[in-house]
Design a protein around this ligand. Structure first.
Ligand code: NDP
Ligand code: GDR
Length: 374
């Protein structure tokens, strides 16, 4: 019966995590409401497979137009949907872009979180509605200690991280001040085949696939020395739900406990396609060359320079090293990961090679292949 179902509201449902979380909650029998932004083109690619005809009664997935910068809109949607759980995933989530749009990021990522919390309070839903806030390992910023835990001090290094720090603390404050079930998941980097194309992992898997298929010559990256703790988004959205099912509202680190340099991710992605790389040089002069290609389907020239550094991708302030300690979540909530880094890379490469094969057909058919701005 529809009225017995739990109701979830996901902000950012069209994003990477929103799409996996929506799928996860629908499988659990939830009615899922999602907030999407109006855009000049369709922006629901990641959730199109979950589409339900709006003319059919008793739908379990319902989308609402909205924006994190619009208090009245958010309040109305929360009032109409009366959610048992809100997952606040919407954010301008690109660290490098946040240096170019700092005021907007403060509005959407910081004040946007306040708008959700305050709407729940004003509507008198403090005792009914649990709130998950998408906090981030970027809060740790400049290295204070490793591995990073729930008690490691924050030192944000970007407008994005500073905005997320406000969102973290306002969530804690509403929990303490109004006795709300409001929690932060401090999630370390998590990726997937539907990761945004301008984050480094997806940029690499797309480019490695295109280079293997002869659709692109070279990949330009920024800081190859940065180290990240990369997990799979599928494992992480499950944890978002578990956080809201815990006995008490708390804050949780979600990570793999393994850190890897960007350079090594590049090597692993090309290796999936049978292409072995050798890195030479340092800093802006570092380059990677093809040493061998074991896959006869890919005609990559031996000795070809396929990766270079472009300082355009350096950040004014960088986060050098992230490695999280998820032992609290493992012990208290029984969280287990299914994906290791190699499996994540393989999943992303398999998907992008398939996707780029479509481009190859188009190219062979005489169509122009787009080179997106990355
Ligand atoms: P994405 O960038 O893939 O998705 C962000 C979502 O937020 C999209 O649905 C986007 O809409 C929406 N959005 C952006 N601005 C607004 C706005 N002003 N109003 C309404 N919606 C908006 O991010 P992820 O799925 O990767 O991440 C989800 C959340 O988790 C984010 O808050 C991110 O900062 C945080 N996070 C992510 C981590 C990761 O490694 N992925 C790690 C730690 C935290 P549209 O599709 O229209 O652009
Ligand atoms: P991050 O992810 O900043 O950690 O934020 P991103 O993939 O953008 O960068 C990871 C590291 O790779 C370096 N890098 C490059 N990054 C990009 N995007 N493009 C490049 O060409 C490139 N070359 C090197 C970066 O300098 C950085 O060190 C992500 C987002 O999902 C946030 O929303 C989230 O909060 C954090 O992860 C945890």
């Amino acid at each position: 019966m529809a009225e017995n179902k739990k109701v979830a509201l996901i902000t950012g449902i069209t994003g990477q995590d929103g799409s996996y979380l929506a799928e996860f909650l629908l499988k659990k029998g939830y009615v899922v409401h999602g907030i999407k932004r109006r855009a000049s083109l369709f922006n629901t690619d990641r959730i199109d497979h979950l589409y339900q005809d709006p003319h059919v009664e008793n739908r379990n997935l319902i989308l609402h137009y909205g924006d994190m910068t619009d208090s009245m809109n958010l309040t109305r949607i929360i009032q109409e949907t009366q959610p048992d759980e809100i997952y606040n995933l919407a954010a301008m989530s690109h660290v490098a872009v946040s240096f170019e749009t700092p005021e907007y990021v403060a509005n959407a990522d910081a004040t946007g979180t306040l708008r959700i919390l305050e709407a729940v309070r004003l509507l008198g839903l403090e005792k009914k509605t649990k709130i998950y806030q998408a906090s981030t390992s970027e809060l740790y910023g400049k290295v204070q200690e490793v591995p990073q835990t729930e008690t490691t001090p924050f030192y944000p290094r970007s407008p994005y991280a500073v905005a997320k720090m406000y969102a973290y603390w306002i969530t804690v404050n509403y929990r303490e001040a109004y006795d709300m079930f409001a929690c932060n998941g401090i999630l370390f980097n998590h990726e997937s085949p539907v990761r945004g194309e301008t984050f480094v992992t997806r940029k690499i898997t797309r480019a490695a696939s295109k280079i293997a298929l002869g659709l692109q010559d070279k990949l330009y990256l920024g800081n190859l020395d940065a180290k990240r703790d990369w997990g799979h988004a599928k494992d992480y959205v499950k944890m978002m739900w578990m956080i809201l099912q815990a006995d008490e509202p708390e804050d949780w680190v979600i990570a793999t406990g393994v850190t890897t340099p960007v350079r090594e991710f590049v090597r692993m992605a090309f290796a999936y396609a049978g292409i072995e790389l050798e890195f030479k040089g340092e800093g802006v002069d570092e380059k990677a060359y093809v040493v061998s290609c074991s896959n006869p389907e890919y005609q990559v020239e031996i000795g070809k320079e396929v990766v270079g550094v472009d300082p355009r991708y350096f950040r004014p302030t960088e986060v050098d090293l992230l490695i999280g300690d998820p032992s609290k979540a493992e012990k208290k909530l029984g969280w287990k990961r299914e994906y290791k880094l190699e499996e994540l890379v393989n999943d992303m490469m398999a998907s992008d090679l398939k996707l780029m094969t479509k481009d190859q057909y188009l190219k062979d058919g005489g169509y122009t292949i787009m080179n997106y701005f990355e």
